[in-house]
Design a protein around this ligand. Structure first.
Ligand code: ARG
Length: 459
């Protein structure tokens, strides 16, 4: 047990209590950020005349050496230390002696850990955003390729109106685009440096907090030292945004699972992203989509845990806050791996276009257009709705579709029908006439794709 705080104690910590308290088994994850923050702190201390140049140089050299040795494996982070901060400091003192003991001047582990976590999370936000962008690139390519891949659009899981695969995927494009915006927004709000807040009330040393903040790429220093060490809002926001990403991935997964079912057969998931059954030789299961759907619960769990952990904590730092790490790490890891796997699965998925188109043709997805046809001939919409309703009933009775009826049969339902009805209710017409911005008609779709390609170039 290597501790930073032996002086006041007359007894060793109980072994189990020590283990319960320790965080090195998870905060070792940000050892590089801990070193980066310490280097910036030392550089600032020297600029302010608190350290000599020789002391600062020794500290920077020592810390850089520790970082290299850990990375190449010659120095191992063991749970002999309580946390990553103790590990780094103890090793530094071992390497450079007394100068190492000065590093913690004007600093507490409270502002140190707040900084480390922010540095770590900042990096992870950028990485998550990059994965989201890769998924958007896959989607935009599929959208361009599938502007004429017709399929049914559903409401209540009932066939409603025909659309295209490009249009359907475009809906997810917009969702993931908003997810990226949320990442950017959180980054912007959290990008203020807590270092220099000390334990809670700042310090009597003449620190230059703005300088440290700029060395570490922050917008500036945080403005209240109590808030600096006890703010975890940005993690709550992040977990909420990550939960929303998972919710989107989960909805998409649910659709892929349905489309991949024997009954739908709209898509075929590539062998590389499917799994088999140990007993049923015919099986090819959509496990990646199912796991993504399943892991959503775990990310939601992290959000609720964090909200609950924070709700009763008085100012300023309390040890409860150490709990922020494992759940955040797990949520970030989960989302990143889901994004990567999901993208791979979608990228390689085959769309059975003929099956999708056939499904769009049956199920009366053109009924609204048939009613609009009558409206075009002067029938008030409410009457047209009623006429087409009886027409659908008639077709169901004969197990046929509107476009398969003869003109004579159609005329028995309404004399208004003419030869041009067939053109009016064809699948292609139904889709291509929908040209309001955001609709599936080819020209409208092209406009949206152009806007989104521009967006991908810029962001
Ligand atoms: N491991 C601690 C955490 O994650 C570091 C801060 C410790 N501060 C303290 N006062 N015990 O929150």
């Amino acid at each position: 047990m290597a501790q930073l705080w032996g002086g006041r104690f007359t007894k060793e910590t109980d072994k189990l209590a020590y283990q319960f308290n320790a965080s090195i088994h998870f905060d070792r994850r940000f050892f590089e950020q801990d070193i980066e923050g310490s280097i910036a702190h030392a550089v600032m201390l020297e600029k302010q005349g608190i350290l000599t140049q020789a002391e600062k140089d020794a500290i920077v050299k020592g810390l850089t050496g520790i970082r290299e040795d850990v990375k190449e494996g010659s120095l191992v982070i063991t749970d002999e230390y309580e946390d990553i901060h103790s590990f780094v400091e103890a090793n530094l003192i071992e390497r450079i002696g007394d100068a190492g003991k000065k590093l913690h001047t004007g600093r507490s582990r409270n502002d140190q850990v707040a900084l480390d976590m922010k540095l770590y999370v900042r990096q992870e936000i950028l990485e998550t955003d990059a994965y989201l962008k890769e998924l958007l690139e896959t989607l935009i390519r599929l959208m361009e390729e599938n502007m004429e891949t017709y399929m049914p659009g559903f409401t209540h899981m009932q066939k409603a109106q025909p659309t295209t695969l490009a249009h359907h995927l475009g809906a997810y494009f917009e969702m993931f685009k908003r997810d990226r915006l949320r990442m950017k927004d959180i980054f912007m709000r959290m990008n203020y440096c807590p270092l220099g807040a000390g334990a809670l009330a700042g310090t009597t040393y003449p620190l230059d907090r703005s300088y440290t903040a700029s060395l570490l790429g922050f917008e500036g220093p945080t403005l209240n030292s109590m808030d600096s060490v006890s703010d975890r809002d940005y993690l709550i926001e992040l977990l909420s945004a990550l939960s929303t990403i998972m919710m989107h991935l989960s909805r998409f997964s649910e659709e892929i699972i349905t489309w991949n079912s024997n009954e739908y057969h709209f898509v075929e998931i590539d062998d590389a992203y499917s799994t088999g059954s140990s007993i049923m030789p015919q099986k090819k299961n959509p496990d990646i989509a199912e796991l993504t759907r399943g892991k959503t619960g775990r990310v939601y769990g992290a959000l609720i845990s964090m909200l609950t952990t924070m709700k009763g904590i008085p100012l300023a730092y309390n040890k409860d806050m150490q709990e922020d790490k494992e759940m955040t790490f797990d949520a970030i890891d989960t989302v990143k791996s889901c994004l990567v796997l999901f993208n791979g699965m979608v990228k390689t998925m085959r769309f059975n276009k003929a099956v999708m188109e056939k499904s769009a043709v049956n199920g009366f997805t053109n009924a609204t257009d048939a009613a609009d046809y009558l409206v075009g001939k002067g029938v008030p919409f409410r009457d047209a709705h009623g006429i087409i309703g009886s027409l659908v009933l008639y077709c169901i009775g004969k197990n046929t579709s509107i476009d398969a009826l003869s003109l004579e049969e159609l005329k028995t339902i309404s004399p208004v029908f003419e030869e041009d009805i067939y053109e009016a209710v064809s699948l292609k017409t139904c889709v291509e006439k929908r040209l309001t911005l955001g609709a599936p008609g080819m020209d409208a779709m092209k406009e949206v794709i152009a806007i989104n390609k521009e967006y991908l170039k810029e962001e």
